[in-house]
Write a protein that binds this ligand. Structure first.
Ligand code: G16
Length: 545
């Protein structure tokens, strides 16, 4: 076995987006494409030689190939040991958990999250730092800069067949110790420290019914072990629980549109009492009651309001953080609790500093992401266990918990409209058009709404003083209703325009309104201001959640 230095040319466009580098599998399959990016990571994160790193992914097509390549490059870089999930599998929150538990230097997550998989699907790679969270922008910027000037990479010539990922155990590649670990154990152990497992067990023993849809993605083995084996929910509670390389040809995105099978089961007569789904890499979650999907922004607010009922949070929470487009429901809870609610740009990486400084305990995003200080990623199964524990502790249903929350805090009607795969130039034109209007919008009246503030969101990190600008156009009205426009940073085809709409209602007789109806006036205003239909050529969004 020997280390080889391979001379290469840089690829343009290896710029990490909202959450790492996400591209079509076919892009990653180009000669040296993955290797260039991995070497750029190794060269940008400090001296990795002699350190321990964690590697794992969501099991999508190309996962194992990429894991083996990374192991050979880690060996060439003099990494002391690589902790890798069995079969190359680790959910994103599990990578974070393992980095923290074993005090690793960092880790590499292989996933394109909720994006479809398979040979024609998407693949992704991101680097997580020693706190277990996604690398901050200064590191992702350095990785990108390196990828643009890279001239060579180093790799061990060990044959792939010698890199066994199938069985738990240890072996050497060059001088690097490879430790193949159980993908679930460390994570399951952490969950048992946060939640009252015996109370949840009793809930299932009393006949409580649940359907967890793992969407053929990586949460399957985690959910089966924790929900069925440990908490003794009946076999079959977890469905679609075997991770498939192409997610069964489906879109592993837990929202009412893509998790339509779960919604079907939750809407039918005699269906389960509680439904949940998770995405490709198990960091997102959707919570559903019978005929009742819970809005992610509401879920964050409800978890925060009830946190002291859960053993891991019984002493209270230090603060809450939400991404800017996420509804302000959590802000109302923070005010009631007398704690801060921080507003960050979209991207879990922006929560890391606040969590490390203990400014916040819970974080959440409208994009079906919720998490806490137990790891530094959002965590789908954690959120599901939190809800289960809440149901077990209060003996209330999902619908009751949400309705009681609205009665206490009011209801933030909320929706996101996505216009996917639109022409990038048109998308930029739309955003620039909005930016040009910003100085004149304040005070303008649109139907029943008067503009209170219009800006391009900019974030000053209160911990490290860094700023992130151009993070989304906000139009906020006198009654605190909001319209927000952003271009997604996770898509792989053209551009995706995200339009976020929020209206606060404190008249209980209106809480039962249909969401799109409650937001209809804001939807028309958004189109009028941004000329969405005209510029995209689309008469309606591709996805409404
Ligand atoms: C990632 C980020 C999230 C973000 C989401 C959507 O989630 O970690 O913080 O909210 O993308 O981002 P965008 O609106 O830019 O597409 P995931 O689950 O894809 O890793």
């Amino acid at each position: 076995m020997a280390i080889r230095k391979i001379t290469v040319q840089a690829y343009s466009g290896q710029k990490p987006g909202t959450s790492g580098l996400r591209k079509k599998v076919t892009v990653f399959q180009q000669p040296h494409y993955l290797e260039n990016f991995v070497q750029s990571i190794f060269d940008s994160v400090g001296n990795i030689s002699g350190q321990t790193i964690v590697v794992g992914g969501d099991g999508r097509f190309y996962n194992k190939t990429a894991v083996k390549t990374i192991i050979k490059m880690a060996a060439a870089a003099g990494v002391k040991s690589v902790l890798v999930g069995q079969n190359g599998i680790l959910s994103t929150p599990a990578v974070s958990c393992v980095i923290r538990k074993y005090k690793a230097f960092g880790g590499i997550v292989l996933s394109a999250s909720h994006n479809p998989g398979g040979e024609d699907g998407d693949f992704g790679i991101k680097y997580n730092v020693s706190n277990g969270g996604p690398a901050p922008e200064k590191i992702t910027d350095a990785i990108y800069a390196k990828s643009q000037t890279i001239e060579s990479y180093n790799i061990s010539d060990t044959d792939d067949s010698k890199i066994n990922l199938d069985s738990i155990g240890t072996y050497q590649v060059e001088n690097t110790l490879i430790q193949v670990i159980d993908s679930v154990d460390d994570y399951a152990e952490l969950m048992a420290t946060l939640f009252d497992f015996s109370q949840i067990k009793q809930l299932f023993a009393s006949g409580f019914t649940m359907r967890f849809d793992a969407m053929h993605a990586v949460s399957g083995p985690y959910a089966k072990k924790i929900i069925e084996d440990i908490l003794k929910a009946p076999a079959g509670t977890v469905v679609n629980g075997v991770p498939l390389e192409d997610f069964g040809g489906l879109h592993p995105d837990p929202n009412p549109v893509n998790a339509e099978d779960l919604i079907f089961h939750m809407n039918k007569a005699g269906g389960p009492e509680f439904g949940a789904a998770s995405d490709g890499d198990a960091d997102r979650n959707m919570i559903v009651g019978p005929n009742f999907p819970v809005a992610p922004s509401d879920s964050l607010a409800i978890l925060a309001a009830n946190a002291t009922l859960i053993p891991g949070y019984k002493n209270g929470i230090s603060g809450i953080a939400r991404s800017m487009p996420t509804s302000t429901a959590a802000d109302k809870v923070a005010t009631a609790l007398g704690i801060n609610c921080y507003e960050t740009p979209t991207g879990w990486k922006f929560f890391g500093n606040l969590l490390d400084a203990d400014k916040v305990t819970l974080c959440g995003e409208e994009s079906y992401g919720t998490g806490s200080n137990h790891v530094r990623e959002k965590d789908g199964l954690w959120a599901v266990l939190f809800w289960l524990n809440l149901i077990a502790a209060t003996k209330k249903s999902v619908v009751q918990l949400v309705n009681e929350h609205w009665q206490r805090f009011g209801r933030n009607f909320y929706s996101r409209h996505d216009y996917e795969a639109i022409n990038t130039d048109k998308a930029n034109q739309l955003m620039e058009g909005l930016r040009r209007q910003l100085p004149e919008l304040k005070g303008k009246v649109f139907a029943n709404y008067t503009v209170k503030l219009a800006d391009d969101f900019s974030y000053l990190d209160p911990i490290d003083g860094s700023t992130s600008s151009k993070q989304g156009i906000r139009i906020i009205f006198e009654d605190d209703s909001r319209i927000i426009f952003r271009l997604s940073g996770t898509g792989t085809e053209g551009a995706t325009l995200r339009l976020y709409l929020e209206k606060y209602e404190k008249n209980p007789s209106s809480y039962g309104k249909a969401t799109q109806e409650a937001l209809s006036e804001l939807i028309s205003i958004a189109d009028k201001v941004a000329k969405i239909k005209e510029l995209t050529g689309m008469s309606e969004p591709t996805v409404v959640t």
